[in-house]
Design a protein around this ligand. Structure first.
Ligand code: SF4
Ligand code: SF4
Length: 454
């Protein structure tokens, strides 16, 4: 794509980067077919190519963002399906991140929108505040339908709808590394996940301990990865979160040493892996951030590097694997979760349209509830069509979003793996057992699953 930036504009490294991304786009439009908002809304301006044109026009003309561009960029899920599809290697992620920052700096949103966004930015990244907000949401839930009818209050209704009826309590579990020590990792505690489902990281620490890996949790200074504010264009807050985590993990790297920084929410994983880029212009942090980013791994990536023993049980239940966008498009992790589940004795089924987002996308299901609900219903119907007894995925956002639209039990991939390798059965699937026919030859032939019995 031809661009017309002035040398003065290009002296800004952010604009220079945007220009080099724009120049790679050849307008082919292949990306439109896999873009969830284009597929749902059918408007070229809600496709990656349409958004790229809008962003180019805004940046080239040095214009402040206007309502039109804000509407279409806000509707983008940052699912990055377009990056998987693009044959020209257009880095849409960095382009839209820059556009969001530009919007945040140059556009004054309507009052209610501003309030909602700053409320989300002030609550979600902080577990204590988030926990208190969820308790309040229980009181407000009966009024959700009322809020849904008031213009500008739909995000509040969406928050109330998504808030769980009860919160699981974090158990103080002491895990001891068994056998020969094979490694030492830091496990990101995260923000929303630690409140919504502390069992995920508990399962991770248990499983790793049985495999001989020491887990460092909550090193001083570690907090939210910054993804939630990053996707709202609040760049200063995102960079502050990134610096704080880099400092916390660098102390561990230089202290006891770390083989990996393991992340169990793929949305956070995509962001931590991008720390090197986010902090590239900060001379005090560029090298450290690149070092931290290079150590970041999704839990399934890390487990795939270990030599796992035979599973302790033969679960034999059918699992529909939902690959989060941040997993398959953001981090390009596709093989490991499925292989780990199969090798642990699960029968893995693939929902149709696996490339399409479920509508969760950070705060998207709160800020764009109508599109998010359409995507969720489409995802749920594809998952339910597999006939699987359980849904497995590697991102808490997807678990909440998909779980709000189906009665099929849902578990994190690592909870299922922990169970298969000697841990407790995940709470969410306590009532699920393997039907006789699913543990028979039928399932093994269908999926190539290996069970402990084999
Ligand atoms: S990130 Fe997702 S929603 Fe946004 S343009 Fe790309 S494919 Fe479409
Ligand atoms: S597929 Fe890539 S090159 Fe083609 S229009 Fe989309 S972003 Fe541009």
């Amino acid at each position: 794509m031809q661009t017309n930036f002035t040398p003065e504009q290009l002296s800004d490294p952010h604009v220079a980067e945007a220009e080099s991304i724009l120049r790679k786009c050849v307008h082919c439009g292949f990306c439109t077919a896999t873009c969830p908002t284009y597929v749902t809304l059918g408007n070229e301006l809600d496709s990656p190519r349409g958004r790229i044109y809008l962003i180019k026009d805004m940046l080239e003309n040095g214009r402040a963002a206007d309502r039109e561009i804000v509407t279409h960029v806000d509707r983008c899920l940052s699912c990055l399906a377009c990056m998987t599809t693009c044959p020209s290697g257009v880095n849409y992620m960095h382009l839209v991140d820059h556009a969001r920052t530009h919007i945040e700096k140059t556009y004054r949103r309507p009052l209610l929108d501003r309030l909602t966004r700053s409320l989300l930015a002030q609550i979600l990244p902080y577990p204590a505040r988030f926990r208190a907000a969820l308790k309040l949401a229980r009181v407000g839930r009966p009024f959700a339908s009322l809020f849904r009818r008031v213009p500008g209050m739909k995000p509040v209704a969406a928050m109330l709808d998504l808030a769980p009826g009860s919160l699981p309590q974090a158990k103080d579990e002491h895990v001891t590394v068994s056998g020969e020590k094979r490694g030492r990792i830091a496990l990101l505690t995260g923000c929303a996940q630690s409140v919504l489902d502390p069992g995920i990281n508990a399962a991770t620490a248990r499983l790793l301990a049985r495999l001989g890996v020491e887990t460092v949790q909550n090193p001083e200074g570690e907090g939210c990865c910054g993804a939630l504010v990053h996707h709202m264009g609040k760049e200063d807050a995102a960079l502050e979160a990134a610096r704080r985590n880099v400092d916390a993990w660098m102390r561990e790297i230089e202290g006891g040493g770390l083989d990996a920084i393991v992340i169990t929410a793929s949305g956070c994983g995509t962001t931590v892996k991008d720390y090197g880029h986010m902090l590239r212009l900060d001379p005090d942090y560029a090298d450290k951030a690149a070092r931290v980013a290079a150590l970041a791994m999704d839990i399934t990536e890390y487990l795939a590097t270990l030599d796992l023993p035979e599973p302790m049980i033969a679960p034999g239940i059918t699992v529909a694997y939902h690959s989060a966008c941040s997993m398959q498009h953001g981090q390009k992790i596709t093989r490991q979760p499925r292989e780990l589940l199969r090798n642990a004795g699960f029968v893995v089924r693939e929902p149709r349209e696996g490339h399409l987002c479920c509508g969760s996308a950070g705060t998207y299901n709160i800020l764009q509830p109508e599109i998010a609900a359409k995507l969720r219903d489409r995802k749920v119907s594809n998952i339910e069509a597999t006939g699987a007894s359980v849904i497995a995925t590697g991102n808490i956002g997807c678990m909440t979003q998909i779980g709000s639209g189906t009665d099929t039990p849902i578990a994190h991939t690592v909870e299922l793996l922990d169970w298969a390798y000697g841990g407790p059965k995940p709470t969410g699937i306590r009532d699920v057992s393997a039907p006789m026919e699913e543990t028979s030859a039928e399932t093994g032939a269908e999926t190539g699953a290996m069970t402990a019995a084999e």
